[in-house]
Design a binder for this molecule. Sequence first.
Ligand code: DX5
Ligand code: ZN
Length: 213
Amino acid sequence: MRIISPSLLSADFSKLKEQIQLVEKLGIDRLHVDVMDGHFVPNFTFGPFILKAIRKLTDSHLETHLMMDRPDKYIEEFIASGADTLIIHTEASKDIRADLTKIKSLGAKCGVAIKPSTQESVLEEYLDILDYILVMSVEPGFGGQSFIESSLDKMKAIVQMRGDKKILIGVDGGVNLKTIDAVYKTGIDITIVGSGLYKAGNISERYKQLMNV
Ligand code: DX5
Ligand code: ZN
């Protein structure tokens, strides 16, 4: 069965509790939380303070995507605030292995995200420690962008690289009704869906369509 992790970036934050409960009623138990620092990406969202508030609203697994420079400085705070999986960008980290080791030592699952222009070969030396790989299929920074088709080949390559290791592979950006079948065909495990779910007129109907039921 497909696993969809809704991106709260496209939810209506003025009624976040409702928006989370709406998708959880459909069976969703994993949510994607986007942290942006206005420097690593040209957009701001929020930091640990808001993550802590989101944590109070839900027991779902919170995969927290750090689009920020020097993630190492904030690892402890994000985990203390409720991140279940903490995802750093390979392009932003000064010492990827040290960051991943720290995340795991604090009891969270560790992940890395790679931008569309980053080669998948960067992942090879961390396969022994990674719990999660997040493949960006848009330039990080904004919801609602168009899916980059060439990222499909990268997904296939990463699925092959993962082999039988227990690493989850997620895909983030531009996943919607038009693109989701091709994305799952590559063998990845999780899709992050923001505007393709939360901006639908009927969210529960859209979820069923995305799940292909
Ligand atoms: C983009 C974020 C995504 C975003 C995806 O930088 O990392 O998680 O919310 O949104 P959609 O699904 O609208 O492309
Ligand atoms: Zn994201």
